[in-house]
Design a protein around this ligand. Structure first.
Ligand SMILES: Cc1cc2nc3c(=O)[nH]c(=O)nc-3n(C[C@H](O)[C@H](O)[C@H](O)COP(=O)(O)OP(=O)(O)OC[C@H]3O[C@@H](n4cnc5c(N)ncnc54)[C@H](O)[C@@H]3O)c2cc1C
Length: 494
């Protein structure tokens, strides 16, 4: 849609047709902000209706999505029921928005993607669905790329100056160019099993704990993470009664429970965690289970002379922390700005694309350090929780800085270009296995210059609401006046 808007004749090729199943995924404040930036900068009001729950319900009530007020984490131990603790020792709740209208969303991809494909076509993008690319010639040259395509019985060729690959991990260009995979160390190998369900009960109805205490948001209106030694299960609820759920697990765990067997593997994992099993006791899968034997991935090359991979095609670490959309939208925004500023086939555009590729690789590395360390800490929830503060601090700082017009203060994901934070994050992740390492102190110190959300505050007992006062008192960290923060909050009626 962006390239068409910028005056390029654009063709979109997909091997399937809409509507089609895609795993339910959740947005974050930062990914929604990026979507809003794309909508504003490239004059695409078609996207503005998706930037938060409130806009979505007003503009597209007929397109399903889920309400995501924050990130909910619950820790489980094998063969033991989950027992809520008065001081929330086995929980972490981090609010992402102060009320529903400003909340993030879970995208019900079959309807959302189908709608966007239609919007692209309306703008003049030629959309070839059910189309397989059978041959690609001219990639990495100074000339035109020729794509041989087949749609049903029809065979045709497309000629283009530039190819952007949005086909996901190990996708079209990765295969056509025979690219190598790069190591994603220190992320461990993982396997993923997921589908959509109906009849999943709500966690707050089953395990609400001390009922006099009001959580910072309804805990199921969130990306819910059930964490245990070896992996984690996500639960995302849509407003059409469908629930996206799945497990991402270390290879050893996945093998032990035979995740590759689909439903049987899923049932075996549920039997291990009685409270999660209760949550799913009346549920039924409405789609076949999807199994990914090797989830994490990074392509050794991410761009070339006349092509580039969007971040979602260049790499993937894990759904934990919902980093996928944000990384991808950041990559799209950077590419779009390069296209607008320099235009195709200019030296400046090529240079910019190379630098975008380098930063994308650094971002994957930072995410793989953090998520790898989180996987290694799933047996010690206090460590897991402390580590996660690195993400929440970077994400809330980035969103606030961008909203205050200070994009340059947080131009890379996870602040991976920001020293000494970037090195501290890696060092903390490296030391996480050392029992003598004082992790919580190291994290508090590392995030201090970016902590605009009252994170690591012991009095909050691991429940973090959105608190305007935290942001106001952090104005200096954001390099703006108190008034600037108050004006921003007033804009959102906060
Ligand atoms: C289990 C799981 C859960 C996730 N959860 C989250 C989350 O909660 N939040 C988040 O931010 N991110 C999440 N992610 C990451 C997220 O999925 C990606 O960032 C996102 O899907 C990227 O969207 P996309 O449309 O670019 O790619 P995809 O969704 O991968 O779509 C790729 C498209 O390319 C087409 N295609 C593939 N190969 C070819 C080919 N050879 N020729 C033509 N067409 C082709 C496919 O049909 C498909 O339509 C998750 C990922 C997984 C695997």
């Amino acid at each position: 849609m962006i390239s068409q808007k910028l005056g390029y004749s654009t063709v979109l090729v997909d091997r399937v047709s809409h509507p089609r199943f895609a795993v339910g995924e959740s947005s974050t404040p930062f990914s929604n902000l990026l979507l809003e930036s794309i909508s504003n900068e490239f004059h695409l009001p078609q996207l503005a209706g998706f930037i938060d729950w409130g806009h979505w319900q007003a503009a597209h009530p007929n397109i399903a999505c889920g309400l995501k007020r924050g990130f909910s984490f619950f820790h489980h131990e094998r063969n033991l029921p989950f027992i809520p603790d008065l001081r929330h020792a086995n929980e972490l709740l981090v609010a992402a928005s102060p009320r529903n209208s400003l909340a993030d969303t879970h995208w019900f991809r079959s309807e959302f993607d189908g709608h966007l494909a239609g919007e692209a076509a309306t703008l003049g993008v030629k959309f070839f669905d059910r189309t397989n690319l059978t041959r690609l010639e001219g990639l990495d040259s100074d000339g035109i790329v020729t794509l041989a395509a087949q749609r049903g019985e029809d065979r045709f060729t497309l000629r283009t100056r530039y190819v952007i690959d949005a086909t996901g991990p190990r996708g079209a260009l990765f295969s056509a160019l025979n690219l190598d995979e790069a190591s994603l160390n220190p992320m461990c190998p993982t396997q993923t099993l997921f589908t959509h369900f109906r009849g999943v009960l709500r966690w707050d109805e089953l395990f609400s704990g001390n009922s006099s205490e009001v959580p910072p948001y309804p805990i199921d209106d969130a990306a819910v993470h059930h964490v245990f030694d070896g992996g984690w299960i996500w639960v995302l609820r849509f407003n059409n009664g469908i629930v996206s759920a799945g497990i991402s697990a270390r290879e050893e765990f996945a093998r032990e429970f035979g995740l590759h067997e689909g439903a049987a593997g899923w049932d075996r994992v549920l039997q291990l965690f009685p409270s999660i099993q209760t949550l799913f006791k009346r549920s039924s899968a409405i789609e076949p289970f999807r199994f990914q034997p090797r989830s994490s991935f990074r392509s050794a090359r991410v761009e070339g002379r006349n092509w580039s991979l969007l971040p979602a095609a260049a790499g993937f670490v894990d759904p934990l922390l919902s980093t996928g959309f944000a990384l991808n939208l950041l990559g799209i925004l950077r590419l779009a700005r390069a296209l607008e500023t320099h235009g195709l086939r200019t030296r400046a555009f090529d240079d910019e694309i190379s630098s975008i590729g380098r930063i994308a690789i650094r971002e994957f590395e930072a995410v793989s350090h953090l998520v790898g360390a989180l996987f290694r800490s799933m047996d010690r929830f206090d460590r897991f929780r402390s580590l996660s503060m690195l993400y929440f601090a970077a994400a809330s700082f980035s969103e606030s800085a961008w909203r205050l017009g200070r994009e340059s203060a947080a131009s890379s994901f996870l602040l991976c270009d920001q020293e000494p934070f970037a090195s501290q994050l890696k060092e903390i992740c490296r030391q996480v296995d050392d029992p003598r390492f004082c992790l919580s102190e190291a994290v508090s110190q590392a995030i201090a210059p970016f902590n605009v959300a009252g994170l690591c505050n012991a009095t909050r007992n691991h429940w973090y609401p959105v608190n305007a006062g935290d942001l106001i008192s952090s104005h200096a960290k954001l390099g703006v006046s108190r008034l600037a923060v108050e004006d921003l909050l007033a804009k959102f009626d906060c």
